[in-house]
Design a protein. Structure first.
Length: 284
Protein backbone atom coordinates (compact mmCIF):
# COMPACT_ATOMS: atom_id res chain seq x y z
CA UNK A 1 0.00 0.00 0.00
CA UNK A 2 1.33 3.42 -0.93
CA UNK A 3 2.28 5.89 1.79
CA UNK A 4 2.19 9.32 0.20
CA UNK A 5 3.43 12.71 1.39
CA UNK A 6 3.64 15.97 -0.55
CA UNK A 7 6.79 18.02 -0.05
CA UNK A 8 7.36 21.65 -1.04
CA UNK A 9 10.64 23.59 -1.23
CA UNK A 10 10.69 27.40 -1.07
CA UNK A 11 13.37 29.01 -3.26
CA UNK A 12 13.62 32.77 -2.88
CA UNK A 13 15.91 35.76 -3.23
CA UNK A 14 16.63 37.59 0.03
CA UNK A 15 16.95 41.32 0.51
CA UNK A 16 18.42 43.30 3.39
CA UNK A 17 15.01 43.79 5.05
CA UNK A 18 14.56 40.83 7.42
CA UNK A 19 10.83 41.39 7.93
CA UNK A 20 10.23 41.61 4.18
CA UNK A 21 12.04 38.28 3.73
CA UNK A 22 9.82 36.67 6.37
CA UNK A 23 6.63 38.07 4.87
CA UNK A 24 7.55 36.86 1.39
CA UNK A 25 8.40 33.42 2.75
CA UNK A 26 5.17 33.24 4.71
CA UNK A 27 3.22 33.97 1.53
CA UNK A 28 4.93 31.04 -0.21
CA UNK A 29 4.23 28.74 2.72
CA UNK A 30 0.56 29.63 2.51
CA UNK A 31 0.66 28.97 -1.22
CA UNK A 32 2.25 25.58 -0.58
CA UNK A 33 -0.47 24.70 1.93
CA UNK A 34 -3.16 25.72 -0.57
CA UNK A 35 -1.61 23.26 -3.05
CA UNK A 36 -1.76 20.39 -0.57
CA UNK A 37 1.81 20.35 0.76
CA UNK A 38 2.39 18.38 3.96
CA UNK A 39 6.02 19.39 4.61
CA UNK A 40 7.61 22.71 3.63
CA UNK A 41 11.36 23.33 3.76
CA UNK A 42 12.85 26.82 3.66
CA UNK A 43 16.34 27.75 2.49
CA UNK A 44 19.36 28.19 4.77
CA UNK A 45 19.25 31.41 6.85
CA UNK A 46 15.91 32.11 5.17
CA UNK A 47 15.22 35.52 6.71
CA UNK A 48 18.59 37.17 5.97
CA UNK A 49 21.00 37.58 3.14
CA UNK A 50 23.99 35.24 3.15
CA UNK A 51 26.18 37.40 5.40
CA UNK A 52 29.12 34.93 5.87
CA UNK A 53 30.66 36.04 2.59
CA UNK A 54 32.38 38.76 4.65
CA UNK A 55 33.75 39.19 8.16
CA UNK A 56 31.65 41.77 9.97
CA UNK A 57 31.05 41.76 13.72
CA UNK A 58 27.85 43.71 13.09
CA UNK A 59 26.27 40.62 11.53
CA UNK A 60 26.04 39.02 14.97
CA UNK A 61 23.02 41.27 15.56
CA UNK A 62 21.12 39.08 13.06
CA UNK A 63 21.28 36.12 15.47
CA UNK A 64 18.23 35.18 17.53
CA UNK A 65 18.02 33.39 20.90
CA UNK A 66 15.62 30.45 20.51
CA UNK A 67 12.69 30.34 20.70
CA UNK A 68 12.56 33.66 18.87
CA UNK A 69 9.77 35.81 17.41
CA UNK A 70 10.71 34.42 13.99
CA UNK A 71 10.54 30.75 14.97
CA UNK A 72 7.39 31.14 17.06
CA UNK A 73 5.74 32.91 14.12
CA UNK A 74 6.57 29.91 11.92
CA UNK A 75 5.30 27.54 14.61
CA UNK A 76 1.95 29.30 14.72
CA UNK A 77 1.79 29.15 10.93
CA UNK A 78 2.48 25.41 10.96
CA UNK A 79 -0.39 24.87 13.36
CA UNK A 80 -2.73 27.14 11.44
CA UNK A 81 -2.05 25.48 8.09
CA UNK A 82 -1.59 21.92 9.35
CA UNK A 83 1.82 21.30 7.83
CA UNK A 84 5.37 20.57 8.95
CA UNK A 85 7.73 23.54 8.52
CA UNK A 86 11.54 23.34 8.50
CA UNK A 87 12.86 26.75 9.63
CA UNK A 88 16.61 27.53 9.25
CA UNK A 89 17.84 30.42 11.43
CA UNK A 90 20.96 32.09 12.85
CA UNK A 91 20.87 31.04 16.51
CA UNK A 92 22.42 32.87 19.44
CA UNK A 93 23.06 30.28 22.16
CA UNK A 94 24.68 32.94 24.34
CA UNK A 95 26.64 36.11 23.56
CA UNK A 96 29.69 34.99 21.60
CA UNK A 97 28.36 31.51 20.79
CA UNK A 98 26.30 31.20 17.63
CA UNK A 99 25.01 28.31 15.54
CA UNK A 100 23.65 27.83 12.04
CA UNK A 101 20.49 26.04 13.08
CA UNK A 102 17.15 24.70 11.93
CA UNK A 103 13.97 24.41 13.97
CA UNK A 104 11.26 21.84 13.16
CA UNK A 105 7.54 22.35 13.78
CA UNK A 106 5.02 19.56 13.41
CA UNK A 107 1.69 19.91 11.62
CA UNK A 108 -0.07 20.94 14.84
CA UNK A 109 2.47 23.70 15.49
CA UNK A 110 4.27 21.66 18.14
CA UNK A 111 8.02 22.27 18.44
CA UNK A 112 9.85 19.01 17.67
CA UNK A 113 13.42 20.18 18.23
CA UNK A 114 16.36 21.65 16.40
CA UNK A 115 19.50 20.70 14.54
CA UNK A 116 22.76 22.64 14.55
CA UNK A 117 24.97 22.51 11.47
CA UNK A 118 27.88 20.17 12.12
CA UNK A 119 30.20 20.89 9.18
CA UNK A 120 31.29 24.52 9.00
CA UNK A 121 33.10 25.69 5.85
CA UNK A 122 35.86 28.27 5.59
CA UNK A 123 36.47 29.25 1.97
CA UNK A 124 36.47 32.44 -0.10
CA UNK A 125 33.10 34.13 0.54
CA UNK A 126 31.93 31.15 2.61
CA UNK A 127 33.53 32.44 5.82
CA UNK A 128 31.26 30.56 8.21
CA UNK A 129 33.84 29.67 10.85
CA UNK A 130 33.85 33.31 11.94
CA UNK A 131 30.15 33.13 12.74
CA UNK A 132 29.13 29.56 13.55
CA UNK A 133 30.23 27.12 16.25
CA UNK A 134 30.17 23.50 15.02
CA UNK A 135 26.96 21.74 15.98
CA UNK A 136 26.72 19.90 19.30
CA UNK A 137 23.41 18.06 18.92
CA UNK A 138 24.57 15.14 16.80
CA UNK A 139 22.31 14.00 13.97
CA UNK A 140 18.75 13.98 15.31
CA UNK A 141 15.68 12.50 13.63
CA UNK A 142 12.31 14.23 13.83
CA UNK A 143 9.21 12.05 13.96
CA UNK A 144 6.61 14.26 12.28
CA UNK A 145 2.97 13.61 11.43
CA UNK A 146 4.08 12.93 7.85
CA UNK A 147 7.09 10.72 8.43
CA UNK A 148 10.56 10.59 9.94
CA UNK A 149 12.76 13.37 8.62
CA UNK A 150 16.33 14.56 9.09
CA UNK A 151 17.88 17.91 8.24
CA UNK A 152 21.45 18.70 7.25
CA UNK A 153 22.44 22.27 6.44
CA UNK A 154 24.35 23.22 3.27
CA UNK A 155 27.98 22.09 3.79
CA UNK A 156 26.61 19.02 5.61
CA UNK A 157 25.20 17.87 2.27
CA UNK A 158 28.66 16.99 0.93
CA UNK A 159 29.42 14.47 3.69
CA UNK A 160 28.18 10.90 3.12
CA UNK A 161 28.81 10.02 6.77
CA UNK A 162 26.06 12.38 7.92
CA UNK A 163 23.53 11.01 5.44
CA UNK A 164 24.33 7.43 6.49
CA UNK A 165 23.81 8.25 10.17
CA UNK A 166 20.48 9.91 9.40
CA UNK A 167 19.31 6.89 7.41
CA UNK A 168 20.45 4.33 9.98
CA UNK A 169 18.36 6.15 12.56
CA UNK A 170 15.26 5.79 10.41
CA UNK A 171 15.04 8.99 8.36
CA UNK A 172 12.75 8.66 5.36
CA UNK A 173 13.53 12.10 3.91
CA UNK A 174 16.75 14.08 4.35
CA UNK A 175 16.29 17.81 3.80
CA UNK A 176 19.19 20.13 3.00
CA UNK A 177 18.45 23.87 3.40
CA UNK A 178 21.19 25.50 1.36
CA UNK A 179 22.92 28.72 0.26
CA UNK A 180 25.24 27.83 -2.59
CA UNK A 181 26.31 29.66 -5.70
CA UNK A 182 29.34 31.29 -7.23
CA UNK A 183 32.91 30.35 -6.30
CA UNK A 184 34.96 33.57 -6.28
CA UNK A 185 38.28 31.78 -6.66
CA UNK A 186 36.90 29.88 -9.71
CA UNK A 187 34.55 32.36 -11.39
CA UNK A 188 34.02 30.20 -14.49
CA UNK A 189 32.98 27.13 -12.49
CA UNK A 190 29.49 26.11 -11.38
CA UNK A 191 29.16 23.48 -8.68
CA UNK A 192 25.50 22.87 -9.54
CA UNK A 193 26.00 19.51 -11.27
CA UNK A 194 28.32 18.18 -8.58
CA UNK A 195 25.93 19.46 -5.90
CA UNK A 196 22.97 17.59 -7.39
CA UNK A 197 25.06 14.45 -7.93
CA UNK A 198 26.39 14.17 -4.39
CA UNK A 199 22.98 14.71 -2.79
CA UNK A 200 21.22 12.29 -5.13
CA UNK A 201 23.92 9.74 -4.35
CA UNK A 202 23.07 9.99 -0.64
CA UNK A 203 19.52 9.04 -1.52
CA UNK A 204 20.66 6.00 -3.52
CA UNK A 205 23.29 4.78 -1.04
CA UNK A 206 20.87 5.02 1.86
CA UNK A 207 17.53 4.30 0.24
CA UNK A 208 15.90 7.59 1.21
CA UNK A 209 14.32 10.63 -0.38
CA UNK A 210 16.44 13.79 -0.46
CA UNK A 211 15.39 17.40 -0.92
CA UNK A 212 17.65 20.47 -1.23
CA UNK A 213 16.28 24.02 -0.98
CA UNK A 214 18.64 26.70 -2.30
CA UNK A 215 18.34 30.47 -2.67
CA UNK A 216 18.62 32.63 -5.79
CA UNK A 217 19.69 36.16 -6.66
CA UNK A 218 22.77 38.33 -6.27
CA UNK A 219 23.93 39.39 -2.81
CA UNK A 220 26.98 41.62 -2.68
CA UNK A 221 29.59 39.75 -4.77
CA UNK A 222 27.87 36.36 -4.82
CA UNK A 223 25.18 34.91 -7.06
CA UNK A 224 23.11 31.92 -5.97
CA UNK A 225 21.99 29.45 -8.62
CA UNK A 226 18.84 28.01 -7.09
CA UNK A 227 18.02 24.69 -8.81
CA UNK A 228 16.37 23.32 -5.67
CA UNK A 229 15.31 19.72 -6.22
CA UNK A 230 13.74 16.59 -4.78
CA UNK A 231 14.84 13.06 -5.72
CA UNK A 232 13.76 9.56 -4.76
CA UNK A 233 15.72 6.56 -3.39
CA UNK A 234 16.59 5.47 -6.92
CA UNK A 235 18.15 8.88 -7.64
CA UNK A 236 15.37 9.95 -9.99
CA UNK A 237 14.64 13.67 -9.86
CA UNK A 238 10.98 14.28 -8.99
CA UNK A 239 11.06 18.08 -9.17
CA UNK A 240 13.65 20.75 -9.91
CA UNK A 241 13.57 24.52 -9.85
CA UNK A 242 15.33 26.91 -12.18
CA UNK A 243 17.39 29.95 -11.24
CA UNK A 244 14.46 32.20 -10.31
CA UNK A 245 12.18 32.49 -7.31
CA UNK A 246 10.08 29.35 -7.29
CA UNK A 247 8.02 26.94 -5.22
CA UNK A 248 8.44 23.28 -6.20
CA UNK A 249 6.47 20.22 -5.16
CA UNK A 250 6.78 16.46 -5.30
CA UNK A 251 4.57 13.65 -4.06
CA UNK A 252 6.70 11.02 -2.35
CA UNK A 253 5.71 7.39 -2.06
CA UNK A 254 7.46 5.94 0.98
CA UNK A 255 7.15 2.41 -0.40
CA UNK A 256 10.01 3.36 -2.77
CA UNK A 257 12.34 3.13 0.24
CA UNK A 258 11.60 -0.57 0.71
CA UNK A 259 11.84 -1.16 -3.05
CA UNK A 260 15.35 0.27 -3.24
CA UNK A 261 16.58 -1.48 -0.12
CA UNK A 262 15.28 -4.85 -1.29
CA UNK A 263 17.01 -4.35 -4.64
CA UNK A 264 20.33 -3.11 -3.24
CA UNK A 265 21.14 -4.51 0.22
CA UNK A 266 23.65 -1.85 1.17
CA UNK A 267 22.70 -1.93 4.84
CA UNK A 268 22.92 -5.72 5.06
CA UNK A 269 26.39 -5.82 3.51
CA UNK A 270 27.98 -3.01 5.48
CA UNK A 271 31.27 -4.08 7.09
CA UNK A 272 31.20 -1.98 10.23
CA UNK A 273 34.07 -4.05 11.64
CA UNK A 274 36.36 -2.65 8.93
CA UNK A 275 35.49 1.05 9.13
CA UNK A 276 37.59 2.23 12.08
CA UNK A 277 40.06 4.13 9.81
CA UNK A 278 37.31 6.58 8.90
CA UNK A 279 37.38 7.89 12.46
CA UNK A 280 40.88 9.30 11.89
CA UNK A 281 41.62 12.66 10.31
CA UNK A 282 44.61 11.20 8.46
CA UNK A 283 45.39 7.57 7.71
CA UNK A 284 49.16 7.06 7.81
Amino acid sequence: MKRLVKVALVQLACGTDVEANIVKTEERIREAAAHGANIVCLQELFNTQYFPQRVDVGCYTLAEPLPSPTTERMGRLAGELGLVIIVPVFEEAQPGVYFNSVVIYDADGHYLGKYRKNHIPDAPQYLEKYYFTPGDLGYPIFNTKYGKIAVGICWDQWFPEAARIFALQGAEIIFYPTAIGSEPDRPDYSSAAAWRTIIRSHGIANGVFVAAANRVGVEDDMSFYGQSFISDPFGDCLAQAGNQEELIYAELDYTKIRELRELFQFFRDRRVDTYSPILKKVID
